[in-house]
Design a protein around this ligand. Structure first.
Ligand code: NAI
Length: 270
């Protein structure tokens, strides 16, 4: 009697919305069962009731409650086996002037964006060591490399997540676990509230993006899946920026308008 192969499992945090949801859909398309960890019960319900519901295992949890996460990872491994891919995607961005940034904000931001990911890694890694092609993908931000005002806790947390990515690549490489990060630029997701409805804002922002468009969640999900897949089998410890070229440089003409001094002039004496 032939036995059906067990489908691989991916774990995606913050998978009920935006980039995480697009990643969940991509993993399902590729034949994975996906454990989705998210604090939004409504978002999780929507996912389990959708067409891909049978491929989803939903785990309501708060990444900021770090102490609950390693035991949760243990329960997931016990029930479903270790994941082949762990995507630490959930994140929050709390804006405030530095003088208004409270200890609570630091705690929430660092726990959600960084320490929570580390607690899950601690829980999943022992099992992942036995999985062929195991990979961790951390969703950082272009803010890990280039800061924004009023975003101290976010910028620091994402820069630390990128550093953690490199540390773990070195530490876990011998166990066959690859660890990479994706650093998205501006992507159209609910994290921005109604900002993208402000056409003036969008027009101004596009001046910073060589590809001249805001990112789509699928743009980032594609990179996440690539980094988790065999196609990236010799890639570890890297942060891939997916931002439409924003970090590559500024197009002065787009930012400041046409100026004579932006053109090459060949002065000729007459
Ligand atoms: P989103 O707001 O659409 O989705 C975030 C998901 O994470 C939501 O489902 C939310 O319920 C969940 N979540 C947030 N805090 C949580 C917690 N404490 N515990 C459990 N779940 C929690 O946001 P988006 O844009 O999809 O963000 C995903 C990741 O991408 C984040 O880490 C964000 O920092 C990063 N990112 C997003 C960019 C963008 O322009 N959208 C740019 C750069 C990075």
């Amino acid at each position: 009697m032939s036995q059906r192969a067990t489908p691989p499992m991916a774990v995606v945090t913050g998978g009920a919305s935006g980039i995480g949801k697009a990643a969940v859909e991509r993993f399902v398309d590729e034949g994975y069962i996906v454990a989705v960890l998210d604090r939004s019960r409504t978002g999780l319900d929507r996912l389990t009731q959708s067409q891909i519901g049978p491929r989803i295992r939903a785990f309501p949890c708060d990444l900021a409650e770090v102490g609950t996460l390693t035991p949760l990872a243990g329960r997931i491994v016990e029930e479903f086996g270790p994941p082949r891919a762990l995507v630490n995607n959930a994140g929050v961005c709390l804006y405030a002037d530095i003088t208004e940034t409270t200890d609570e904000m630091w705690e929430t931001s660092l726990n959600t964006n960084l320490v929570g990911a580390s607690a899950l890694i601690r829980g999943f890694v022992p099992g992942m060591k036995g999985v062929n092609g195991a990979a961790i993908v951390n969703v950082a931000s272009r803010n890990a490399l280039s800061s924004s005002p009023r975003a101290a806790t976010y910028d620091a947390a994402k820069a630390a997540l990128l550093a953690l990515t490199r540390t773990l690549a070195v530490e876990l490489g011998g166990d066959g676990i690859r660890v990479n990060a994706v650093l998205p630029g501006f992507v159209d997701t609910p994290i921005h509230g109604d900002l993208l409805e402000d056409r003036g804002f969008v027009e101004n922002y596009l001046r910073l993006i060589p590809l001249n468009r805001i990112g789509r969640p699928e743009d980032i999900a594609n990179v996440i899946f690539f980094l988790a897949s065999e196609g990236a089998g010799f890639v570890t410890g890297q942060g891939i920026v997916a931002d439409g070229g924003q970090m590559s440089g500024q197009n002065y003409v787009k930012v400041f308008g046409e100026r004579d001094s932006f053109r090459m002039r060949q002065e000729t004496d007459t």
